[in-house]
Design a protein around this ligand. Structure first.
Ligand code: NAD
Length: 270
């Protein structure tokens, strides 16, 4: 498994497993399968209502805690210093963990105007060593610039919607310049349409790989951290088998050509 070294030297698997829209019991099963297939990084959130199921799967696996990398996120209605502290404790109770690997502000929620104050709470959790790394999600360049100007700790990463049809070139450039890692959510474009594109299936045929594996490999070669989701065991396995081939520069260029700025999720600016 490839590893990305974050800006505070914490090492994070480049490929992890996401559990959005997976009910608690199903999440327990899916995470168990993922761990059996070799995934060691799990991405959940308070919003997903499956932190308990994730925690059960982690404990039942018997995998030493230090080999696992667990991410959860602070939801929008918990912004603010004190509320963040309480929300963190509640997430940790549900996960059944003492220490978290990565805590993210799920959305900047700019109309609330509290993400700077919220970040200061994350900084305190980090200083207290309750979390190994802190980061953000769905932050724009403007949101990041304000955070960098007003706070001490540079986010370890920004988790953003990113797939071949929304390649986020500008934001990735900004991240690289400031030492912030890029993590892609909906890395497979939610499987909707993207994976049927002939460009991707044709490239896959050359390597004996599926379109999903080609897309995940594209992310890996760009240096993105990826957290594909599936509840189907064969796909969970397929999605981690992307470290035994390499896309040529021409293939990378062809996939880069699919970018059309097509968002599947909400625009964080609105
Ligand atoms: P994804 O791009 O990972 O696509 C998942 C869907 O693609 C599956 O439900 C399935 O229908 C299909 N799929 C998966 N593997 C496949 C395969 N091998 N072949 C064919 N089809 C396949 O979408 P996602 O779940 O939206 O994103 C992944 C993770 O990112 C989430 O589970 C969550 O952890 C995270 N996320 C974060 C945010 C955020 O705001 N921070 C938002 C959305 C998702």
């Amino acid at each position: 498994m490839n590893v990305i070294t974050l800006n505070n030297n914490v090492r994070m698997p480049q490929l992890g497993f996401g559990v959005w829209q997976v009910a608690d019991d199903e999440a327990e099963k899916a995470v168990t399968t993922a761990l059996e297939c070799g995934y060691r990084s799990i991405d959940t959130a308070k919003l997903y209502r499956n932190e308990k199921g994730v925690g059960r799967a982690l404990r039942a696996s018997g995998i030493p805690r230090e080999e696992l990398f667990v991410t959860t996120k602070l939801w929008n209605d918990d912004h603010g210093y004190d509320k963040t502290m309480r929300a963190f404790d509640a997430s940790m109770r549900r996960l059944g963990l003492e220490t978290l690997d990565l805590y993210l502000i799920h959305w900047p929620a700019p109309r609330q105007g509290k993400y700077v104050e919220t970040w200061k709470a994350l900084e305190m959790l980090y200083v207290d060593k309750r979390v190994k790394a802190i980061g953000v999600s769905n932050f724009t360049v403007a949101n990041l610039e304000l955070l960098l100007a007003e706070t001490e700790v540079i986010p370890a990463l920004n988790q953003i919607e990113l797939h071949p049809q929304l390649a986020q070139r500008e934001l990735r450039g900004f991240h690289a310049h400031r030492g912030i890692a890029t993590e892609a959510w909906s890395p497979l474009g939610q499987g909707k349409g993207l994976l049927d594109l002939p460009v991707l299936t044709d490239i896959g045929a050359k390597y004996g790989k599926t379109a999903a594996q080609v897309v995940l490999r594209w992310h890996i070669q760009l240096g993105n951290i990826v957290i594909p989701k599936s509840v189907t065991p064969s796909r969970i396995k397929e999605n981690i088998e992307v470290f035994d081939f390499e896309l040529s520069p021409d293939d990378m260029a062809a996939i880069n050509g699919l970018d059309e700025g097509r968002r599947l999720g909400p625009d964080p600016v609105v």
